[in-house]
Design a protein around this ligand. Structure first.
Ligand code: FES
Length: 137
């Protein structure tokens, strides 16, 4: 393994040290419409993503995790990218987009960026199925 594989970009470090949209305290402090929770099959870490939806767009977003520094930085970036997007637009923010935004994660930490994305996808799916007229509601 090359040394480069262990280097975090300045953007990763900045988002890890100052995570955006992190849910401080109890989840009752955030008025959300849906929550998604997933576990990372690679490492067993957990992620919860809370979304507030207004006029079909993610008007606000919070998250909590037991994940690592890469998961924290990745989900911080994802939350910034997703805010203000329609649900379909938010679903298109994939691990590669997060990786690009952060200036690349070390390759062996790429799986950490999937955690927030999967939790967001589940939150959106739950939101949609909870809406009146949904085929699954
Ligand atoms: S090692 Fe578990 S999310 Fe990064």
């Amino acid at each position: 393994m090359e040394n480069q594989d262990w280097i975090y970009s300045e953007t990763v470090k900045e988002h890890f040290l100052n995570p955006r949209n992190y849910l401080m305290g109890d989840e009752s402090a955030f008025d959300y419409d849906a929550v998604g929770q997933v576990g990372n099959p690679v490492c067993g870490d957990q992620m919860r993503m809370y979304i507030k939806v207004t006029d079909g767009k993610i008007s606000d977003i919070r998250w909590k995790t037991y994940g690592c520094a890469s998961a924290i930085a990745s989900t911080s970036a994802l939350s910034e990218l997703a805010k203000g997007k329609t649900l379909d637009e938010a679903l298109k923010i994939d691990a590669e987009a997060i990786d690009d935004y952060l200036g690349k994660l070390p390759k062996h930490k790429f799986h950490c960026s999937v955690l927030g994305h999967d939790a967001l996808r589940e939150a959106i799916e739950k939101y949609r199925t909870s809406q009146p007229g949904s085929a699954k509601s």
